[in-house]
Structure formats: C-alpha cells, structure tokens
Design a protein around this ligand. Structure first.
Ligand code: PMP
Length: 458
C-alpha cells in the first residue's frame, strides 16, 4: 500500500473529520527549501501559497538561531534573558508611528510601545480582544464590530467574531453584542468600483448604530484574507478607523495573515493607506496582532499596543502570562526573521514581485473570462474565478467554486505548483508564497496558469 494512503488512513482513524486536507489527492510531504516543498517521492513543488514560511522554507539563519538558542536555554518569561527585550524593541521599531509613513525613527514619538508574546495568531487575537474589551468595559461597552467574511482564529471567543465561521457551514449565526459590517468588496459587494469607500464606511456606521452605546471594539483586517483577498477601495481603512475612533471604540488590526512585510510595508494597514488621497501620515489602530509568518513556522504570536492601553490592562492586578509565549527560542526565531527581512530587502522584493505577478495576472485576465477579478498588494494576491457569462438579467459575477478547485488541483498535478482557494464561496485562488519567491518562479507560475486556463471548457 502506498505510504501516502497509509498516512491518510491513520489520520482518518484518529484525527477529527473537520480537519480537512489540501487537494483532491493529498500530498505527503518530506522536506522543503526556499520556495519549494518536496514530497516523499522526491517531487518538487513550487509553493505559491504557504505564507507562514515567510523568509523561505528551512531558512538557514532562522534554523540556526532556533537550534543554537534551544541548546543553550529555553525557559519562560518570568526569568530574565537577553533576547526578550531586544526582540520586542526590534519589532516595535518596525511599526509605523503616527507622524511617519514608514518605520518608527528615533525622533518620532512611538505610538506602539508594548508587546505581548503568545504562540499563535489565534492566541494573539484572543489576547487583543481581551485587552480591548477590558478597556471598553471600563466605559460600559460590550459590543464588537467586525467585517463580513472575516476570520480571526479558532478560540471560542474568536469564532464569535469571525463571520467566516459563524455565518455559514454549521455556524450558529451572529452572537449577541457582535455587529457585522460588509467587507468593502468593490468587485462583487453591494457597492462597486474604485470610489465606493464612503458608501462602505456608511455601512460600517450603520452596523455601529446597531451596537449603539455598546460599541467598544472594531476588529478588522486591512485586506480580508480568508474573506477572499479583498483589497479595500482607497480611503476605506483610514476612514473606517476614524469612524470607529470617533465613536470611542478601540481598533484592532489583525495582521496575522498579511503582516510582517508581505504587502511591501510592515503592516498592510500602512500599504493600503499609502494610496489614499491624503498623504500626511496614516491613521493608526490601537492594537496590532501578528502570527503565522512572524516566527517562520516557529509557533509565535504577538500583540502590540500603546502604553496607555497596556497600563490600563495591567491595572487592578490583571495578570498575563503564557508559558511558552516569548520564550528565548521564540525570540531567537523572531529576531532572525526580522534580520532576514531587513538584510535581504524582502519588503521591497515583495512589492516588486507582487507588481510583476499582478500585471501578469491582468494580462491573463484579458484572455480568460473566468478570471473575474485579480487584486492584491505585494505578495498577497487573489484571483476571483467566476462563470464567464453572468446571468442574463444580472450584473453580478457568479462565483465558480468548481472551476477554482479544478484549477488548483490541475496546477498541482500537472505543473507542481501549490495554491489554494478561499472566500465565502471558495472561488478565490490565493497567492501568498514565501517572500523568497524569485522572478523565475513567478514567471513559471504565470505560464503554468495560462496553460491550465487554455485547456478548454471543464
Ligand atoms: N487571523 C487571521 C486573519 C488568519 O487568517 C488566521 C489563520 N488563518 C488567524 C488569525 C489564526 O491564526 P492561527 O491559525 O495561526 O492561530
């Protein structure tokens, strides 16, 4: 019996059935390097989708940092060790400050001043929610506002603020004290085109009205990831944060999926605002969360916030401790990732390669009507697969889940390219490769996709 079949059977025997595997024919992986993964038969796959391996699979610098720290010392944050503070400082220096559109500088007043270390994106969002709700409760507010299609993590509290999970597929519906505003989807949403930001901000105001004086927390992704790689129209993120702040709410930017430089700036909320009509700095959230890429696969999550919120959270003897969060090995991994990002100039690389991929996809779109919309920032891109002909009386593009799945499977089977789909209709092909992806890889990906799309009707 082939080993992969055996693995699948063992898995089915003892792993919950709601943990699905990628692809119709799952791959049994053996090893990986840079932008490639290798299966047990020695087949090499070009990885265009696994964003946690941010600075490359099996990155030597990150591996060395982890192994050598592990050999020396691993313990918890109740002891003193050097790299906790140095990592926190290095990370805070990557975040924007209010009067500056790129990195904090020594002269600018830091807005983000405190880090909390945990073990995953879910834990980071859960803690962020706790910090924000603690503060909001001091003002008698219990309501949380989120965007449709959003996913923020697997804890019980986070499922309740993740419409991606509670709205469909066995979800229990919108919980009390949660309001959902429509994600600003300018392709298939209720308002279309490049100038619909204000209309979506008004929808956000309406959703906030439903919470009324209870509105305390606004949790959002600058570019909706699981929701379908939805790039907001310009001015949306800035004005959404302003609207929430004007009502006294605390804003949490979930950067778990697209943060740490993928969009060309450290945070995606910077990247999107840099294209706004205003150019005098950016509107900052109060809390930012990181996960997935920040440890290059080593379990690490971070919550970053302001001194004021951190002080408030620490008042009345409120404890915070996570056994493994920010341990010396995690900090070593995090520092090595930041080092790679800087020394290899990977944020600029992401902008450059992202622009190349986006224009290549736009060229394919001209020949293949099923590519309804291509969008993205840096190396965070989405391709919306739709039925080539909209229904006669409708101008709404119809999502084509089956074709999207076919393309993803075909790209893997025929061309050894790894992709996957997302969005509530599972028709958006997501492209978020390790940041080490080369121009050659990107060219191969585009040529392969062109061939698959040219195979004719499915
Ligand atoms: N936030 C976002 C935006 C995510 O996409 C995810 C994971 N898909 C999470 C949080 C949770 O991260 P994790 O599964 O690593 O806990």
């Amino acid at each position: 019996q082939p080993i992969a079949v055996q693995m699948l059977q063992n898995r089915h025997a003892c792993i919950g059935a709601n943990l699905s595997v990628s692809y119709q024919t799952p791959i049994a992986m053996l090893t990986a390097y840079e932008t490639y993964m290798v299966d047990i038969d020695g087949r090499h796959f070009l990885d265009m989708v696994n964003n946690p391996m941010h600075v490359g699979h099996n990155n030597e610098r990150v591996n060395r940092a982890i192994f050598s720290q592990f050999e020396r010392l691993n313990t918890n944050t109740r002891y003193l060790y050097e790299n906790l503070g140095s990592y926190a400082n290095a990370l805070l220096a990557c975040l924007p400050s209010s009067d500056c559109v790129t990195m904090s500088t020594a002269s600018s007043r830091p807005h983000f001043a405190v880090c909390y270390f945990v073990n995953s994106g879910s834990e980071a969002n859960d803690l962020a929610l706790r910090i924000a709700r603690c503060e909001a409760a001091k003002h008698g507010r219990k309501g949380t506002l989120v965007l449709s299609g959003g996913y923020h993590g697997h804890t019980t509290a986070l499922i309740d603020v993740s419409p991606y999970k509670f709205a469909g597929k066995g979800g229990s519906g919108c919980p009390p004290n949660v309001a959902v505003a429509p994600v600003p989807d300018s392709y298939r949403g209720m308002f279309r085109g490049p100038h619909c930001a204000q209309a979506y901000v008004q929808e956000l105001e309406k959703a906030a009205d439903r919470l009324g004086s209870q509105f305390g927390v606004f949790l959002f992704e600058a570019i909706s990831g699981c929701g379908g790689q939805i790039v907001p129209p310009k001015n949306y993120v800035r004005n959404a944060i302003r609207a929430a702040h004007a009502r006294g709410a605390i804003c949490i930017a979930d950067e778990v999926q697209h943060g740490v430089g993928r969009t060309g700036h450290f945070c995606a909320f910077e990247s999107v605002q840099l294209e706004d009509d205003e150019s005098d700095g950016i509107e900052l959230p109060d809390i930012v969360t990181f996960g997935k890429p920040i440890g290059n696969g080593f379990p690490l999550g971070v919550v970053v916030t302001t001194q004021a919120l951190a002080d408030s959270f620490a008042s009345n003897g409120m404890e915070f401790f996570a056994t493994f969060g920010g341990n010396p090995v995690a900090c070593a991994a995090g520092l090595a990732v930041l080092g790679e990002l800087k020394e290899k100039n990977l944020m600029a690389h992401a902008s450059q390669l992202g622009a190349y991929l986006l224009s290549g996809l736009e060229r394919l779109q001209a020949n293949h009507a099923c590519l309804g919309n291509v969008r993205g920032k840096g190396l965070f891109l989405g391709v919306e697969i739709v039925h080539a002909v909209a229904e006669p009386e409708s101008t709404t593009p119809r999502p084509h889940r089956v074709l999207a799945r076919y393309i993803v499977n075909r790209m893997k089977d025929q061309y050894s390219v790894l992709l996957s789909t997302d969005g509530p209709e599972e028709n958006v092909i997501k492209i978020k490769p390790p940041m080490t992806v080369s121009m050659r890889d990107a060219g191969y990906f585009l040529a392969s996709l062109d061939r698959v799309l040219g195979e004719g009707p499915v």
